[in-house]
Design a protein around this ligand. Structure first.
Ligand code: COA
Ligand code: ZN
Length: 304
């Protein structure tokens, strides 16, 4: 049987939070439905953060309430603190993600907490989510490097992963937030994570800042990772982490995995329709590294 790769589409959250243009709730829904038609099932849909900090996602509650209440989809909402958790739950969230950066400075810039406070708050939110019966994911952001503090000590990353695991996190998203990792570091960190926490809990989250994201994905895959985050058209980046460019593109990852013989459940023509839609809404200049090649293939097929 073909082995399956699980993709969590983060474009609506990680992608849109960093766009200068605010996308309407209606257009977010259109993007969601285009991605669902392409076969994606797991989405990070929004953040319940301060609307002053991230105005692009100020419609979090309206968006969540408008999305299909259908168990075939997992719709995760990022929450930075207990207030965000309560807002998410009252809007109907069944899956949440906490975001814990591995350095003091990035926690301070991102959620205005020290590392100690952020880890305590994230632990509390994960525990609460689990006791309320929700799915809980914990991000460890800047797991390889921090824009303010340089290389991240691996020991801290694993201490935080242990803490989130003990709190009950269902998923651990190890994030190269600024796209600074190299494939060897990725291989080492993910092999150790899989050995400690298992392949069903470990998720790789890459950004394509230096054009290495597919190489990082390959290194993670080769270490046993089967769960990846990606963003349609490579949208993304953290407004509070300077230098973070777009996430690895959903189309690049899916092509890579399909070529390697994995089952992705994706209809590629529909996925590329979704990219056309994103470009219509946000303007040209988006898209993964595979996009120019794919468009040429499509044109040639029509011309034949
Ligand atoms: N949702 C909405 N509003 C929130 C909130 C939440 N989760 N948490 C706090 N607030 C509001 C407070 O009610 C208060 O509102 P007021 O000014 O109208 O009284 C204001 O924000 C300040 O509250 P405070 O607890 O002092 O928060 P803060 O200023 O320390 O900011 C965060 C903390 C987490 C809310 C803010 O840093 C944030 O939203 N960051 C965004 C992080 C993010 O999205 N990063 C990218 C993804 S990793
Ligand atoms: Zn990210």
């Amino acid at each position: 049987m073909t082995e399956r790769i699980f993709i969590n589409e983060v474009g609506l959250r990680d992608g849109l939070q960093n766009q200068p243009k605010i996308v309407s709730t209606e257009n977010k829904l259109t993007i969601f439905h285009a991605l669902a038609a392409a076969g994606l099932k797991a989405f990070e849909v929004t953040s319940f953060v301060s609307p002053k900090a991230v105005p692009q996602l100020a419609d979090a509650a309206d968006l969540l309430k408008s999305l299909p209440d259908d168990p075939q989809f997992r719709l995760t909402c990022l929450v930075p603190n207990m207030r965000g958790y309560e807002r998410a739950v009252s809007a109907g969230a069944r899956a949440i993600a906490v975001v814990l950066s591995a350095t003091n400075t990035l926690n301070r810039r991102n959620i205005n907490m020290s590392l100690d406070d952020a880890s305590a708050v994230c632990e509390q939110v994960v525990r609460k989510a689990k006791s309320d019966g929700l799915f809980a994911r914990a991000y460890i952001a800047a797991a390889f490097a921090c824009p303010f503090e340089g290389q991240t000590p691996r020991k801290i990353v694993f201490e935080l992963l242990d803490q989130m695991t003990t709190a009950g996190a269902d998923e651990l998203a190890i994030a190269d937030t600024i796209g600074a990792a190299n494939p060897k570091q990725v291989r080492d960190v993910f092999a150790a994570a899989i050995a400690s926490y298992g392949a069903t809990r470990t998720v790789a989250h890459f950004h394509d800042t230096r054009g290495l994201a597919s190489a990082l994905a390959w290194a993670a895959l080769d270490s046993g990772v089967r769960r990846f985050d990606s963003s349609i058209a490579g949208l993304g980046g953290c407004p509070f982490a300077p230098g973070a460019s777009g996430n690895v593109a959903t189309e690049d990852l899916n092509f890579l995995f399909r070529d390697l013989g994995f089952e992705t459940g994706i209809d590629f023509d529909k996925l590329f329709d979704a990219i056309d839609l994103v470009e219509n809404l946000l303007g040209p200049g988006h898209g993964g590294r595979i996009l120019p090649w794919y468009r040429t293939q499509r044109r040639n097929a029509v011309a034949e």
